[in-house]
Design a binder for this molecule. Sequence first.
Ligand SMILES: Nc1ncnc2c1ncn2[C@@H]1O[C@H](COP(=O)(O)OP(=O)(O)OP(=O)(O)O)[C@@H](O)[C@H]1O
Ligand SMILES: [Mg+2]
Length: 294
Amino acid sequence: MQISFEKVNFSYNPKTLYERQALSNINLDIPRGKFTTIIGKTGSGKSTLIEHINGLLIADSGSVKLGNLKVEKKSSRRERGKMDQDLFNVREKIAVLFQFSEQQLFETNVLKDIIFAPINYGIDHDLAVKRAKELINLVGLDESYLERSPFELSGGEMRKVALCGILALKPKILVLDEPTIGLDFKSKQEFMTIIDRIHKEEKITIVFVTHNMDYVLEYADNIVIMKNGKVAFNSSDKGDFLEIISREDYNLKKPDFIIFQELLKKRGINLSRTHYSYKSLTSELVSLVGASHE
Ligand SMILES: Nc1ncnc2c1ncn2[C@@H]1O[C@H](COP(=O)(O)OP(=O)(O)OP(=O)(O)O)[C@@H](O)[C@H]1O
Ligand SMILES: [Mg+2]
């Protein structure tokens, strides 16, 4: 499913003293099957942008295309009712994990939480339970968790359960708003490995909001920078991305493995290419060291 923003404007508290324009003239295509990261200073409009992807927020002007559905402001009650029904259908395909997703949990046990959406969409109870078991294993928790109260879990476990809940509908698009914030190092890594696996194995489109430069460089096929409610950069070129963040003030710092490669270059050690993860950089360094010993 293709997602396209066309001339989208959005303000919070319109026509009041507290009016705040959060998005201005957004034109953006989110490519199908790709891993798109959205980065930018706090308050730049990232969460507001993604809340338009499942119609939680509707543009004041302009439109958002979700596959064949054009989501835009409707004036008549009849049109609004039709839009709500269309959005219900399209939301089955678009899963959103909001900032602090543990707050999305509400049922008395984990199983009920995970099967809530599938049952709501008319999926057979036994099939929904079967899927819940598969998902809890996928996120690295054992099936005994299904009987536990979601409110007795650690923050990292809660995030994983919330992820199961939104994956239970087998979405085509997975939208994640800073999913690893506040987790410890190991939980962050586990979470990212799961997301990367789902993306590669299920070919799901990922829209990933983050402040973490390492994630952008390691996982993104496509990078969007938001600035003051506008799209300031939209490209798959990581070299261009690194250049723009060095030139302009986005409160972003190059990861250490990039600085390290720049130092190597200054010392006359030329690598075959710029590496965008420690793993890939280490592989080349190991082969260089190996070659120098032969
Ligand atoms: N519910 C709201 N009511 C009024 N203004 C809001 C509301 N939510 C966000 N805003 C304002 O809209 C702008 C964009 O906010 P948004 O939450 O989209 O930023 P963000 O890029 O997600 O920031 P962060 O990185 O801190 O999560 C900000 O100026 C913010 O103050
Ligand atoms: Mg946000």
